[in-house]
Design a protein around this ligand. Structure first.
Ligand SMILES: N[C@@H](CCC(=O)N[C@@H](CS)C(=O)NCC(=O)O)C(=O)O
Length: 188
C-alpha cells in the first residue's frame, strides 16, 4: 500500500472513480490520483493493486478499500464534517440514502447493459434496443418525477450538494453520453 498522509484514489478515465474525486474536490481535501489507461487495468502492475482489475480503489491512512459507493460514503463521513451528509433519521436522510444507493443499484445497470448491447452489436436487433431504451427511460422517469417537485433547486435533496449528488452524477453523465447511440432517450 502506498498511501501517505493524503487519500489516494486509483482512477481510469470516465470511470466510477469520478464519484469520490468529485466529492473530495467539492470538500477541498488535498488528495492524490493515480490514473491508469483502461487497458492497463488488466496488466500485472494494476492487478497488484486490485486483483479484480477495477477502479476505484482508495488508500487512506493505512486503509485500503474498493466500491465507489463505499469509498464515497467513507470519505464523506471522514472529511465532510456534515457538509455533504444529512442528519440520520430525518426525511432528508431517507432521500439521501435512497439516491445514494439507487445510483449504483438501479441506475448503472441499464446504462451498462445498453453499452454492452451497443458494443456487441445486439442493439441492432429492434427488440433488444427497445428493451434497453425502456430500462433507461424507466429509471430516468423516477428521477424526473422527483425533480419536478424541486423547482429551481440545483441538487437532489437540499440546496447544497450531498454525497448522493456525486453518486448519481456518474450514471447521468454516462447516460447523457449514450444519447449519441440511443438517440431515442430524449426529453430528460
Ligand atoms: N460496483 C463497482 C464497479 C467497479 C467497476 O466495474 N469499475 C469499472 C470502471 S467504472 C472498471 O474498473 N472496469 C474495468 C474492467 O471492466 O476491466 C464500483 O462501484 O466501484
Amino acid at each position: 500500500m502506498e498511501s501517505g498522509s493524503k487519500p489516494l484514489l486509483y482512477h481510469s478515465e470516465w470511470c466510477r472513480s469520478l464519484r469520490p474525486i468529485w466529492l473530495l474536490a467539492e470538500l477541498g481535501v488535498d488528495f492524490k490520483i493515480k490514473a491508469y489507461k483502461w487497458d492497463d487495468l488488466q496488466k500485472p502492475e494494476y492487478l497488484s493493486v486490485d486483483p479484480g482489475g477495477r477502479v476505484p480503489i482508495l488508500e487512506d491512512a493505512g486503509i485500503k478499500m474498493k466500491e465507489s459507493g463505499a469509498i464515497t460514503q467513507f470519505l464523506a463521513e471522514k472529511y465532510g464534517k456534515g457538509r455533504v451528509t444529512l442528519p440520520p433519521g430525518t426525511p432528508e436522510h431517507a432521500a439521501y440514502c435512497q439516491w445514494f444507493h439507487m445510483a449504483e443499484a438501479s441506475f448503472m445497470e441499464p446504462g451498462v447493459a445498453a453499452l454492452f448491447h451497443w458494443a456487441l452489436d445486439s442493439a441492432k436487433d429492434p427488440t433488444v434496443k427497445a428493451r434497453a431504451l425502456k430500462c433507461i427511460t424507466d429509471v430516468l422517469q423516477v428521477l424526473d418525477k422527483d425533480l419536478a417537485h424541486k423547482g429551481d433547486q440545483q441538487y437532489l435533496i437540499t440546496s447544497h450538494p450531498t454525497a448522493a449528488d456525486f453518486m448519481m452524477g456518474y450514471p447521468l453523465v454516462m447516460m447523457q453520453d449514450l444519447q449519441d447511440i440511443y438517440k431515442d432517450v430524449t426529453g430528460f
